[in-house]
Design a binder for this molecule. Structure first.
Ligand code: BES
Ligand code: MN
Ligand code: ZN
Length: 492
């Protein structure tokens, strides 16, 4: 559930709230805007700064009693020495939102340095990110033990003139993240291709987008042998979903966002080891990013043409499943030798990318939890970025940075094509372990014809198996923000 947010001007010392969050940069200076508050706390903030009990380093936090202020408690949160203030505020607000949610205070106020429109937007996003939790499948605890979820927050803007539009923008993006993370956190037996398609239809109905859904039969007619061979091992109907948002100029070529939507990836006949296989429910985070971004873009009412496309299915072993050595013919007509049925994402994306040509795109960006090799190369900090058009690669990396979802480019040179040569078909679906992220992208490149294209490998960044401090383990929402910022950057 999204937070209800409000702006308030005036002094932080005068605000009645069970919890006042104070976002503080590194240093020992007491910001002038906090002087009155500090006085009401009997000088407690100044003393903690003087003693070095609190230094304002990133992710540091310290509880203080509200003293004679109108706040029940005060929580200092460090934001470090920010190079980009909105990004630092977003993270600080996320940590605050997470802590407030855990405390069960229900509502809070937050004060931060330099709260302009961009800062207010970032804080709105951060609070929502931090307070998010997926509780649908847990029995609620008895009334007496229930903690109040964080439902309301007030952002104190001091004397700055910040309009409610900034908040609305933050809330629109937060809603996109929320949808994306919610879908990702759902187990594979709840988040099915059917549910993803229904979610797209629902967005279409609420925001007047044209949504089309192709099932197995329709994809057979489109000769999508690459996508379909992945879906061969499951009775679930696979879905190819397109969502058309057209608020730009008539006739302007659209931006096309493409997502991998594997509701679960067992590996198929080339089955994965049992240990930690449960995390493969997150193999639909590319598709969740497309859905979250379309929701946010529609709420932002961006004046731009965008088409979202995703392919949803489940990679299962069965008596009918595709097997190593099989050769399939893709929608584009190129033949593919299946070496490893666990390299299924590229098979789905191949047909999506050639299907995208029908929209005559200005640019295509795909996002996929595509390779374990990307996690080895870049860890959980950066998304792998590869593409056919350097200007577009640069534009995507800039957008990703703005969204605090950093990306790092890997090469896509012709030399690497050697890795996917097949003895019997036009190419094979696995290039082996060395350069695994690059050979996967080289495979995709074979199908990304007729438009500038960038691929995002989000295998290491879409979810976390361990706690991330400002958010708990689980889905991060990547690549929702990158998609939104890219589209925002292009909107007139
Ligand atoms: N979904 C996986 C990639 C993945 C791995 C995502 C770890 C998130 C975390 C993908 O379908 C896959 O299995 N890729 C194989 C490719 C290989 C068989 C060429 C891989 O990375 O091992
Ligand atoms: Mn796989
Ligand atoms: Zn996969």
């Amino acid at each position: 559930m999204a937070l209800s947010l409000a702006l308030r001007d005036g002094d932080a010392a005068d605000i009645e709230t069970p919890l006042l969050g104070v976002l503080l940069p590194a240093g020992t200076e007491l910001p002038p805007a906090l002087r009155a508050l500090d006085e009401r706390l009997g000088g407690a903030i100044r003393r903690t700064l003087d003693r070095g009990d609190f230094r304002g380093v990133r992710d540091e936090s310290l509880h203080l009693d509200g003293g004679s202020s109108r706040a029940g408690r005060v929580l200092l949160i460090g934001i470090g020495t920010p190079t980009e203030l909105p990004a630092a505020l977003r993270r600080g607000a996320s940590l605050l939102g997470r802590k407030a949610h855990g405390m069960g205070v229900g509502t809070l106020a937050v004060v931060a340095p330099g709260t302009d429109a961009d800062a207010a937007e970032a804080i709105a996003i951060g609070l929502n990110l931090g307070a998010w939790e997926y509780l649908d499948l847990k029995t609620p605890p008895p009334e007496a033990e229930r903690k109040k979820p964080l439902t309301k927050a007030t952002i104190v803007v001091g004397d700055a003139k910040v309009s409610k539009d900034a908040l609305a923008r933050g809330e629109a993006i937060a809603a996109g993240y929320e949808l994306s993370r919610r879908l990702a956190q759902m187990p594979g037996n709840v988040c099915t291709p059917d549910l993803l398609a229904k979610t797209a239809t629902d967005i279409g109905r609420r925001h007047k987008l044209k949504v089309t859904v192709l099932g197995r039969r329709e994809m057979e007619r489109q000769k999508m042998g690459s996508f379909l061979c992945v879906a061969q091992g499951t009775d679930q109907d696979p879905k190819l979903v397109t969502m058309e948002y057209r608020k730009g100029k008539r006739g302007d070529a659209p931006i096309v966002l493409v997502g991998k939507g594997l509701c679960f990836d067992t590996g198929g006949i080339s089955i994965k080891p049992a240990d930690r296989m449960e995390f493969m429910k997150f193999d639909m985070c590319g598709a969740a990013g497309v859905l979250g971004a379309m929701e946010a873009i529609a709420r932002l009412k961006l004046k731009v043409n965008v088409v979202g496309i995703f392919g949803a299915t489940t990679n299962m072993p069965s008596g009918n499943a595709v097997k190593p050595g099989d050769v399939v013919i893709s929608h584009l007509g190129k033949s593919i030798e299946i070496i490893n049925t666990d390299a299924e994402g590229r098979l789905v994306l191949a047909d999506l990318l050639s299907y995208a040509r029908r929209f005559k795109p200005a640019a295509v960006i795909d996002a996929a939890t595509l390779t374990g090799a990307c996690v080895i190369a870049l860890g959980h900090t950066a998304t792998g970025v590869l593409g056919t058009d350097q200007a577009l690669v640069d534009e995507v990396i800039t957008a990703a940075r703005r969204a605090t979802e950093p990306g790092w480019q890997l090469p896509l040179w012709d030399e690497y094509k050697e890795l996917i040569k097949s003895d019997v078909a036009d190419m094979k679906n696995s290039g082996g372990r060395a350069g695994g992220t690059i050979s996967a992208a080289m495979f995709l490149k074979e199908f990304a014809e007729e438009y500038p294209w960038v691929h995002l490998d989000i295998a290491g960044t879409a979810y976390s198996e361990s706690d991330l401090v400002a958010i708990p383990r689980g889905p991060t929402g990547v690549p929702t923000g990158t998609f939104v910022e890219f589209v925002r950057g292009r909107a007139g």
